[in-house]
Every structure is written in structure tokens, then in C-alpha cells.
Write a protein that binds this ligand. Structure first.
Ligand code: G6P
Length: 368
């Protein structure tokens, strides 16, 4: 291994393990300045007071960060939020809304479609924009009115890991900041959000400690040709990210579904050869998820469940369970991303694919 990799075999593995620090570094300013609007730029308070909705534009994994943020923005800040793939938005007849904040999310800050989508919004008279970005002074922050830099450090692996989880921290911070400003977050709630952020790096470390158990699952996945990922509510984007990671680096065909949609199609694919990963921590939709899992079991599907202690799952024939650290409230999707990253990484190792440079893919997509 090179000097840069230290004890790790791949950049992806190193970057997965850097997440407690990357997250702590990104959360630092949010905690120290207690969600003060200026964290997002000098003009942020003025801009935030002038908007009534949010449109998030991004590609790839960054798009999934946006899908997760929608739940926080609506539940914490009570602001309507749409999330759209940049390459779709830029070619649509968009109805401009100058009171809408355009939020672009990008690790590199150079993704062409995201940049063009932002320019299109600006050309329609939507001037309010915020860039959430990991690379200082890249194109997207330079083009935006406001900016928040994630502090993930350089990300080399093509499949995004620490950039994604730090984007989520930034978006959670944005949601709480807006919630305070709009009068939906009182002092007690603000304290509890700060506490959740303080505890997050420790919980992430606990999730990383699940690696030996996940390796055993990964060895089984490596032999499969398809996989299904299920989640509901705020854990649905985690399922999407899990399926994307698996596709990108193992070349196993994977799909993610909100578990409630099973009956409308994907259930037809389920048999004993289809591993079904379920993100099932104890949240308000858990009972619904359990009912969906029954439907899988009844068709002979093999379930691989990530769930915390409070979810109350036990292993049985065809049901494997890895116990995730106790769920950290609103930040649970960040925590539950770690096991799906590790699952893909170890399945890729078992298959012998080029983890850091998967075929046909690029780190930064600066062409159409
Ligand atoms: C490429 C990368 C992905 C990334 C996406 C968006 O497809 O392989 O990891 O999520 O681009 O990139 P961005 O830099 O805009 O976040």
C-alpha cells in the first residue's frame, strides 16, 4: 500500500473509515455557532427570510443526499422542498419562482449538469442559491449566492462515501437553521439537535465496528447477480444509496424500492435467489416495514436486515439481522449509510473488481 493509504487497501475503505472525523469536522461550525445563518454566507439571513420553498438539484449520490434532506426540511423547518436530478431539470419548462432557494449539492463542484441546471434557474430569475460543496472555490460555489463547504477532505474513490455523509450533516444543519429562523425550532429542540450532532461521530464509529459481521454477508452477496434494497420514509434514500454503491463497484444489478411499493411490481422478482436488504431501524414506519418483510419471506426471499435493538428482530430461517447502534433520532439515515457502504466494499473485494476505479465511471462528470 502507498504512503497515502496507510493501513488501508483502497481509498474507498480509507474514506469509509474517515467518516467519524469528516463528520465531526463538518459539524464543528454548526455546533460552535449553534446554527447561526451566517454559517451559510454573509447574506444568508436575508436570503432565508425571503424564501418560502426549496428546490434541490444534484446528480448521483449527491441527489440521494437531497432526497434525504427533503424529510428534514419539511419536518424540522416546515419548508416545502422538491428534489430533482439536475440533468432533468435543465431541459424542462420550469415555472420560475423567485422566492424559492435553489440548493445544489456536489462533492466536486464541477458536475456539468448540476452547473447548467443552476445557470438555467438563474436565467429564469431565480437568484437565491446555495451550494453545498466539498471543493473550495470550484465552479458551483463560485456561481452561488451562498455556500457551505463540507469538510470531508479529498475524496479519491469514484464511489462517493464520506462526501455523502458530510453533505447530509450540512443539509441537517440547513434544516435546523431554517427551522430556527422560521420559528419552528424552540430552544429545547435546538439543544437536542446540537446534542445529536455531537454524538454522531461516536455512533458512526460504532457502525464501523460492524465490519466483521458485514464481511460475512458480503461473501454471500458476491455470488449473487441481483439484489433488492428496501426502506421507507427517511430510510428509503439509504436503500437507494445502498443499491447504487453495489451497482457501481460490484457490477451486481441492484434496485431500491420504498417497501410499500413492493406489491406494485418488485415482489414478482423475489425468490430464493434474490437477497433483500432492509433498512429497518426503529422509526415510525417500522411496523409497516415488518409487514412488507413478511411478504418477502412468504415468497422464499432471503432477508438481510439492518436494525437497531429497539426494532426487536431475531434471526430465523431466511432472516439475517445485523444490529446497528441505537438510532440517533433524526440523524439515523447518516448512521445507516455506513453498513451499506461496507457491504458493497466487501462484496467488491470478494468479486475482485477495481473498487476505487470502477469500469465506465468517472469521479467527476464534466461532460454531458
Ligand atoms: C459521479 C461520481 C459520483 C457522484 C456524482 C455526482 O457519478 O462517480 O460518486 O455522486 O458524479 O458528483 P458530484 O461531484 O456533483 O457530487
Amino acid at each position: 500500500a502507498s504512503l497515502e493509504l496507510g493501513p488501508y487497501n483502497h481509498f474507498m475503505q480509507k474514506e469509509i473509515h474517515e467518516q467519524p472525523k469528516a463528520i465531526a469536522d463538518t459539524a464543528e461550525v454548526l455546533i460552535d455557532d449553534a446554527f447561526h445563518p451566517e454559517i451559510f454566507g454573509e447574506k444568508a439571513a436575508e436570503v432565508f427570510n425571503d424564501i418560502h420553498s426549496i428546490k434541490i438539484l444534484a446528480c448521483g449520490t449527491s441527489f440521494y443526499a437531497g432526497l434525504t434532506a427533503k424529510y428534514w426540511l419539511e419536518s424540522i423547518a416546515k419548508i416545502p422542498c422538491d428534489v430533482e436530478i439536475a440533468s432533468e431539470f435543465r431541459y424542462r419548462d420550469v415555472i420560475a419562482d423567485p422566492k424559492q432557494l435553489i440548493v445544489t449539492i456536489s462533492q466536486s463542484g464541477e458536475t456539468l449538469d448540476t452547473m447548467e441546471a443552476l445557470k438555467y434557474a438563474h436565467s429564469l430569475g431565480q437568484t437565491h442559491s446555495l451550494s453545498i460543496c466539498n471543493v473550495m472555490e470550484s465552479a458551483l460555489p463560485r456561481e452561488s449566492e451562498l455556500v457551505f463547504y463540507t469538510r470531508a477532505g479529498a475524496e479519491i474513490g469514484v464511489a462517493s462515501t464520506k462526501a455523502f455523509t458530510t453533505q447530509l450533516v450540512a443539509l441537517f444543519g440547513l434544516s435546523v437553521t431554517l427551522g430556527i429562523l422560521k420559528g419552528h425550532v424552540d430552544a429545547a429542540k435546538q439543544q437536542s439537535y446540537l446534542e445529536q450532532l455531537r454524538q454522531l461521530p461516536g455512533s458512526i464509529q460504532h457502525a464501523l465496528n460492524l465490519e466483521p459481521q458485514i464481511v460475512l454477508w458480503a461473501q454471500q452477496f458476491a455470488k449473487k447477480s441481483d439484489a433488492l434494497f428496501l426502506g421507507r420514509g427517511i430510510h428509503y434514500p439509504v436503500a437507494l444509496e445502498g443499491a447504487l454503491k453495489l451497482k457501481e463497484i460490484t457490477y451486481i444489478h441492484a434496485e431500491a424500492y420504498p417497501a410499500g411499493e413492493l406489491k406494485h411490481g418488485p415482489l414478482a422478482l423475489v425468490d430464493e435467489n434474490m437477497p433483500v436488504v432492509v433498512i429497518a431501524p426503529h422509526d415510525k414506519l417500522l411496523d409497516k416495514v415488518k409487514a412488507n418483510m413478511q411478504e418477502v419471506s412468504a415468497r422464499g426471499g432471503e432477508l438481510f436486515v439492518f436494525a437497531d435493538l429497539d426494532s426487536n428482530f431475531t434471526e430465523s430461517e431466511g432472516v439475517h439481522v445485523i444490529r446497528t447502534p441505537r438510532h440517533v433520532g433524526d440523524l439515523s439515515p447518516i448512521l445507516h449509510t455506513i453498513p451499506v457502504q461496507l457491504l458493497s466494499y466487501h462484496a467488491a473485494l470478494a468479486r475482485g473488481t477495481d473498487v476505487d476505479k470502477p469500469r465506465n465511471l468517472a469521479k467527476s462528470v464534466t461532460v454531458e
